[in-house]
Design a protein around this ligand. Structure first.
Ligand SMILES: Cc1cc2nc3c(=O)[nH]c(=O)nc-3n(C[C@H](O)[C@H](O)[C@H](O)COP(=O)(O)OP(=O)(O)OC[C@H]3O[C@@H](n4cnc5c(N)ncnc54)[C@H](O)[C@@H]3O)c2cc1C
Length: 338
């Protein structure tokens, strides 16, 4: 990318943070790190971050070359109210001139993007798979109708806004880490935000496993598991992986809906995806095809998952997965890891 293909104004990124297990520290999420990396390729004027925590992950933000971090003054449950986050974002984007505002493509990211665009009367695109700059305009690529159409869209207006899908960009550390300037951001609460109050909040998927969208390894259960998730969970726990499922598995109630991967579920882009009894229907693969390595175990040699798999085993998952687990444990013991 040449200098003419970059904005000459800073980009603001809304960055999500999360806790791991019981620790108190907030970590930058993988998707947010990807969006920040993408933003850096689009501007020569620096990336600023709107962090929804009072204790942002400064080391991670510094490694990504972030220049400024804006921390809205609100309590820990407040980020669950999209209207309130939109109020904070509005204060941030009006505090100085930004060339674009990028957000992770989550339910909240999409809602905040839409609310800010409505208030500023500017262009917004949800679920960009790629972003480039042409002249000083933001060009987004988005995939529609289960991956059968690809659209290129120019986003204009006073502040082009886009939500970016997981895996749209790799995490690219800056050549020189930055020393981010941390600033408190005060803002006014709108009537829409005041009308919503979070009464309580608890983790639904309290498995202690890493969050699906941020996992480096994901083990996925398909219909072939026939409701027996034990082998999937054992492999996931051995590998420190997250568990994902196809829609059939969620529809059958064998696993919660929030771990469904695909068009109507979560998008994942892990280093390793392992599908057990997954056929590879397009509605599923649009949500995982950007995984770095894809391994599939399926008893149907004609299953479409094998067209995108780097390593495929035609066989019964209840025979193959326990053998894989045994081999992994044996290798770990040989290496003295257990
Ligand atoms: C609008 C729309 C949106 C959708 N959104 C999503 C979505 O977000 N995510 C999603 O996943 N799907 C989605 N779907 C559904 C999707 O089209 C497929 O039906 C679904 O992905 C199939 O799930 P599966 O691979 O688990 O099941 P199947 O397609 O039935 O595949 C199961 C595979 O397991 C194999 N198998 C059976 N037993 C074993 C065994 N013991 N060992 C090894 N292999 C075995 C079978 O041969 C088969 O190949 C959507 C559909 C529509 C219409």
């Amino acid at each position: 990318m040449t200098m003419t293909d970059q904005l000459h104004t800073p980009i603001l990124v809304l960055a999500d943070h999360q806790h791991y297990n019981d620790e108190d520290t907030w970590h930058l999420t993988t998707t947010s790190a990807q969006v920040i990396s993408l933003a850096r390729t689009l501007t020569n004027a620096g990336v600023h971050v709107l962090a929804l925590t009072r204790t942002p992950d400064t080391p991670a933000l510094a490694a990504l070359g972030v220049e400024k971090v804006l921390c809205p003054v609100f309590d820990d449950l407040a980020p669950r109210v999209s209207a309130l986050v939109a109020d904070a974002a509005l204060a941030a984007v009006t505090s100085q001139h930004y060339g674009a505002f990028l957000l992770p493509s989550s339910y909240r990211g999409r809602e905040v993007a839409a609310r800010v665009a409505m208030r500023l009367n500017c262009g917004v695109l949800a679920d960009a798979n790629a972003l480039t700059v042409k002249g000083q305009a933001l060009i987004a690529t988005s995939v529609a109708l289960a991956g059968t159409w690809t659209n290129r869209i120019r986003i204009t207006g006073t502040l082009p806004i886009a939500t970016v899908k997981t895996g749209a960009c790799a995490i690219i550390p800056a050549s020189e880490p930055s020393v981010p300037q941390i600033e408190e951001l005060s803002f006014e609460k709108s009537p829409q935000a005041s009308a919503i109050e979070v009464l309580s909040s608890h983790v639904e998927n309290g498995t202690g496993r890493v969050r699906l969208a941020d996992a480096e390894i994901v083990v996925v259960a398909g219909r072939g598991t026939n409701a027996d998730m034990s082998v999937v969970e054992a492999l996931a726990d051995e590998l420190g992986a997250a568990v994902g499922v196809t829609r059939v598995v969620a529809d059958e109630g064998w696993a919660p809906r929030n771990v469904q991967i695909g068009q109507t579920g979560v998008n994942v882009s892990p280093k390793l995806y392992i599908g057990l009894g997954v056929s590879g229907a397009i509605h599923h693969t649009v949500g995982m095809q950007s995984s770095e390595h894809i391994v599939a175990v399926c008893d149907d040699p004609d299953a479409p998952i094998f067209e995108i798999a780097d390593f495929g085993v035609v066989g019964d998952l209840f025979e193959v997965a326990p053998k894989a687990l045994e081999a992994i444990r044996a290798a770990r013991t040989r290496r003295g890891e257990n």
